[in-house]
Design a protein around this ligand. Structure first.
Ligand SMILES: *[C@@H]1O[C@H](CO)[C@@H](O)[C@H](O)[C@H]1NC(C)=O
Ligand SMILES: [Zn+2]
Length: 305
């Protein structure tokens, strides 16, 4: 490898703003074996009875805040820490070994003509995906959490498009205009109950679980992923606001629309995807059915049948 090759390669790296397929050249971890997102083959998940219900703390009241909406050039992000710092919105249970508290949430979307979720279901990309990023309470900072496996827990939600607006998203959607350009941020006038953004609580016991990574560089493999089956309804016009309002470029640069801000599916490799009991495929034998089969077998052995 000549010095010129290296030189031009660097020039190319810098000038061409390389996409996801080149991230591994920038950050070593992005070429690792436990990357996210992935495609979830719903008939190939393994039931894990240990994946119980989540306990959501603070999700049912408007926290102190303030919450800040930010265009970071890759997505629009709502900081959830507030002035009181982290620890107002936390999750436990759900097969997690520790309590995790929310840092921020953000979105991944497509274009006017294509879907833009990061995870795919049976190869199908969904219209949009929201990530609520939580940090393990064992750690003091994001930097520290990123150094440990299971340092972060991300709750991933798909969206489904409907004609009617979802009024619970009005605050975020109307804030988009104020953060059109990279680097812009705005403080929301008030906080709200985070659970308002999510599907009904009784529908949150169906989810998939696997171990993966952040989906942007440095792609640290420190994330316990939870992908909920139940999508969140969003209005067609509301989704269009994400697609058309946001720019990946700063205010004084040639405009670059923020679209298709998802990373493609990464190889699952040796990993398994687990399903909570209510998230398992319908045809898989239940505990009762296994018990019945064993009983029949036992009866056959002792000559009853
Ligand atoms: C987008 O997702 C929806 C819901 O899964 C699906 O019905 C539709 O075919 C998808 N559209 C595209 C262009 O992939
Ligand atoms: Zn994300």
């Amino acid at each position: 490898m000549s010095i010129w090759w290296l030189f031009w390669h660097l020039v190319w790296l810098i000038i061409c703003f390389p996409g996801p397929s080149h991230w591994k050249e920038i950050a070593h971890s992005c070429g690792g074996s436990a990357q996210s997102p992935i495609n979830i083959e719903q008939q190939q998940v393994r039931l894990d009875p240990g994946l119980g219900r989540f306990i959501f703390e603070g999700y049912d009241s408007a926290p102190r805040g303030p919450w800040r909406l930010l265009n970071n050039g890759h997505t629009v992000e709502l900081s959830l820490e507030g002035a009181g710092g982290q620890g107002q919105l936390c999750i436990q249970g759900g097969g997690l070994s520790h309590s995790y508290c929310a840092l921020q949430l953000h979105f991944h979307w497509g274009s006017p003509t294509s879907n833009g979720s990061e995870h795919t279901l049976d190869g199908q990309r969904q219209p949009m995906e929201m990530h609520v990023v939580h940090m393990n309470t064992l750690y003091q900072s994001l930097g520290e959490a990123r150094g440990h496996p299971r340092g972060l827990a991300v709750l991933a939600f798909f969206f489904k498009v409907q004609n009617k607006d979802n009024a619970n998203y009005n605050t975020i959607v109307s804030g988009l205009r104020k953060v059109s350009y990279q680097g812009q941020s705005v403080e929301l006038a008030s906080t709200f109950r985070l659970e308002n953004l999510l599907p009904e609580r009784r529908l949150l016991s169906s989810y998939y679980r696997y171990l993966g990574s952040l989906t942007t560089p440095a792609c640290d493999e420190v994330v316990v992923w939870t992908v909920f089956k139940e999508p969140i309804p969003i209005g067609r016009a509301q989704l269009a606001q994400f697609v058309s309002t946001l720019q990946a470029s700063p205010v004084d640069a040639p405009p670059v629309s923020m679209r298709n801000n998802f990373r493609p599916a990464q190889p699952i490799g040796a990993r398994r995807v687990f399903a909570s009991p209510s998230g398992a495929p319908a045809f898989s034998p239940s505990a009762q059915m296994w018990a019945l089969l064993w009983l029949l077998l036992a009866m056959a052995c002792v000559g009853v049948l």
